[in-house]
Design a protein around this ligand. Structure first.
Ligand SMILES: [Zn+2]
Ligand SMILES: [Zn+2]
Length: 306
């Protein structure tokens, strides 16, 4: 694992463009859809990363919060589920389609829980490694105050536990995944996109090797009835996750072979070693889930490590 340094922070990517991004979205038209996962646990979908909500006897644990302008709609959707307050908001990683609601939910009373690298990135501001776009430092209310550095942490409300664990250098260098054992629900943030190729934020320490290591951990933790909340895409099962993991391993092996042969990024794009997978997994040209962006991200993730 590369240690986080000021230099790494300065080169950090903020990649929120594409279908998960805020560009061109009319937030007034977004509707929040709630899916009951059983045992007082719900998945919320709107625009941006999927949200998980777990209701205890005295409060609510929430995983991710989508974009800032959706706060009121998300809050209203949660109030339909339970009148109890959101006591904890867990951030799976620092991208604004997942942490945009931090400040407003914190002002509503939630404590924000995350890996410590999220605190560092939000406090310092970030620069997109691919295009140089800068995101300014976040306001104080948006910055996680309950952070961990190694391993993971636990979050509790009455009768409910969320197990928060870190996976190293996967989608970013600050990813957490969250387990609600009593509901057999796991929430994976952007280390899993159930319908498309993922974004890999290599400028912030992400790599496909780390993604695959993470996926193998999730597969060990899941069983045939586990409900899997991906960062993007519909609710998934262990069978879906296994299929996606196998796709990722295929991509890794093919791109790594070309990388090890000394091929340039342009040569890898021209060779297009994943063309046969595009029909099932590629997003439209220009999207962050497109063939070209995904190949670039995988390639640069290898370059990072040399
Ligand atoms: Zn996302
Ligand atoms: Zn992300």
């Amino acid at each position: 694992m590369r240690p986080i340094t000021v230099a790494v922070l300065a080169g950090a990517a903020m990649m929120i463009a594409g279908p998960a991004g805020a560009q061109g979205v009319d937030f007034s038209k977004v509707e929040i859809k709630a899916t009951d996962l059983g045992n007082k646990t719900w998945m919320l979908e709107g625009q941006g990363g999927n949200i998980t909500v777990a209701v205890g006897t005295d409060g609510i644990i929430m995983v991710d919060s989508q974009f800032a302008p959706l706060h009121d709609k998300i809050k209203a959707a949660i109030e339909k589920i339970s009148p109890l307050p959101v006591k904890y908001l867990i951030d799976t990683h620092y991208h604004l389609d997942h942490v945009g609601g931090n400040a407003a939910f914190h002002r509503d009373g939630a404590t924000i829980v995350a890996h410590d690298n999220i605190r560092l990135r939000l406090a310092a501001g970030t620069t997109n490694a691919a295009n140089g776009n800068k995101t300014p430092p976040s306001e104080a209310d948006a910055i996680p105050t309950d952070t961990y550095v190694v391993g993971g942490t636990e979050v509790k409300v009455g009768g409910r536990v969320a197990q928060v664990r870190h996976v190293i250098n996967a989608h970013t260098d600050g990813d957490s995944w969250v387990t609600f054992p009593d509901a057999n629900v796991i929430s994976l943030g952007d280390t899993y996109s159930s319908r498309t190729y993922p974004n890999i934020d290599w400028g912030s320490g992400g790599s496909i090797d780390g993604m695959i290591l993470a996926l193998d951990r999730y597969l060990k933790a899941a069983n045939d009835t586990t409900k899997i909340v991906p960062g993007h895409g519909p609710l998934a099962t262990k069978v879906n996750l296994q299929e996606w993991r196998d796709m990722m391993a295929t991509v890794r092996d093919r791109v790594k072979k070309l990388f090890d042969e000394g091929k340039s990024e342009q040569e890898v794009l021209a060779a297009n070693p994943i063309a046969d997978l595009d029909g099932k997994w590629a997003g439209p040209a220009g999207a962050i889930t497109s063939n070209a962006t995904f190949l670039r991200n995988v390639y640069n993730g290898f370059r990072n490590r040399n």
